[in-house]
Design a protein around this ligand. Sequence first.
Ligand code: ADP
Ligand code: MG
Length: 730
Amino acid sequence: MESLRFKAINNLSSQPPVDVEKCAKITGIFGANVFTLATAREFLSDEAYKSLVNSIKGNKKIDRVMANQIAAGVRQWAESRGVTHYTHWFQPLTGTTAEKHDSFFTIKGDGTPIETFEGDALIQQEPDASSFPNGGIRATFEARGYTAWDPSSPAFIMEIGNGKTLCIPTIFVSYTGETLDYKAPLLKSLETLNKAAVDVCNYFDKNISKVTATLGWEQEYFLIDEAMFNARPDLILSGRTVFGHAPAKGQQLEDHYFGSIPERFYGFMRDFEAESYKLGIPLRTRHNEVAPAQFECAPIYEEVSIAVDHNTLLMDVMDRVARRHKLRVLFHEKPFAGVNGSGKHNNWSLATDTGVNLLAPGKTPKTNLMFLTFFVNTIKAVHDYADILRAAIASAGNDHRLGANEAPPAIISVFIGQYLTKVLNDVKARVGDSFDEQDEAILKLDLHRSIPELLLDNTDRNRTSPFAFTGNKFEFRAVGSTANCASPMTSLNTIMAATLKQFKKDVDSLIEKGDKKEIAIMQVIREYIVSSEKILFEGDGYSQEWHNEAAKRGLPNLPTTPVALDAMITEKAIHLYESNNVMSHKEIEARHEIELEKYIKRVQIEARIMGELCTSHILPAAINYQNTLINNIKGLKEIGIAEDSYANQKQILVKISEHINKVSDLVEKMIDARKVANKIEHSRDKAIAYQTTVKDQYFDSIRYHVDKLELLVADQYWVLPKYREMLFLR
Ligand code: ADP
Ligand code: MG
């Protein structure tokens, strides 16, 4: 029987590109499936509209009467677009999105069928939450959790085939009030950041009354043919290939990056982009990435909470649309060994309600000082809480990237470029311990005149830094491609808020002592530069020198998830999240537990699939070929051919036999190690056992022998699609 592998290869050429509707103008469809404020204006009464706008601004809760009116308007709009069902849409800690569909349809007491959508249904639902991770918060007897409408994120219509569903963005909370999703703490971190940042802004500009964080993510992914995917059980179950010999041609020719996009993939891109535009996701760029079959897309940045929703929504859309094109999107951080992995750079900045980007150098001395304040506070925040940022991006998948010399290392450092390094050095070098009146000269730091230089600095910017300043924003590059951005963003917002609060205290206390405001600000900035400069690094983050240097500087280097996660539950972290009203002690511990569980499950699944592939795919293929060789040698011997002339066959036979033995032996041992690990109760110990005694101990060694077999066994016997087929055939 023909194997799935050969079927997949044969089918490729008969795979016609799927017809994609031409989209003449993006503005023509942009936001068509979103209940935007403009739509709200059209479908809501003045009163209901005002109430919605107020609640979006975070000023006022919506009362029941208004909720009913808004719900009715939303339903009217949705029905005008052919929607029959609605769902609360949320982002549980599994890392995917969740929905439970209900129809508008119901039957009244007297038996009349009607379509209705009440305010209550808009505001709250009680999905059976027992199947979502809760880290021990929710005992089974109180398995209920509820979702609550988040008016700051607009409702939208998800089109799946011909079906259309109204999705209401919500947060997900346990019955006892603990948050169980990514969104709720993110919203709280934004609130706390807003207050802290406005207070500091008011030193410079009394008109600023709101500060929001902005996020522009860059999503990397791989695309492969569906039939190839289906012939790789490891991709299906774990999202990455656990075996596979590197192809003769990898990415060394660097011919993929910015190369032209293959037609079939191009069709997929146009298709998912159109879907995204309808959902209001402002996609802007698409291009090939470094590795073969790897791509990236990025939107125009938005407010963090919306950008987070849009990223999770996009991943969902891409996955669905890919199936339409008989393709599969791989979001895993490392689907293929030996070729680059995928990340999700998080470009982050702060914007005021007066339209100022706080991380863009200003045009006047005063705004420059404001820039410098926020710039230095960010550096200080990353310095003080580097371990917390590291924990926020820890996952089994990301462990393959961080520290693998292709993505930033697991050591958190900040790159600011040569020009700003000089500026900080200038500030630092000013007068011994204090600034006096003459030093007001420093306020005239003419940053703005040097912007061209600044930009120049950024064109050849450092790609090895996990956290880099890129002209008017910071780019957090260590985030993994599967991540929900809410996790790193919540941490970043919170540490920034904490740092800004401290900054305000420090400045105020100098002012109380009689310093002039600007002098006090400069003074504290200077202190912060001095106390956090060890986090600054401009060199090659991949180099051994940096690892040594970082160790000398005392910067943490935690390459593995189980240990990196410790930073979530230190006294420092708990104090940080509690005092900023982002998460309670209980919530943080639950999240820590969930992350450990996720890690354990990932490694467990990978170990299982490795074992299964060896026994059911690899070894049978190798033994088949082994038998062919044995028969061949026997035959040659039988007809009296001199032994010398089949020495080669014998040698191959010996090698294959050795690898077969090794594989089956190592797999047995790995299974034993897994059994031992499974008995461990405590999650952290169990995660570490999985990492050290299962993954580190066996994954690479088993793979080594399997990949050797792939080279030795005749191609026709091999049933798993090979790297060159998955990455280069299209
Ligand atoms: P590169 O690949 O060179 O890093 P891209 O242009 O692909 O750059 O991505 C840059 C991302 O940064 C985009 O998503 C862009 O919208 C985003 N960005 C630009 N300015 C800001 C800002 N002020 N805040 C947040 N993100 C921003
Ligand atoms: Mg980037």
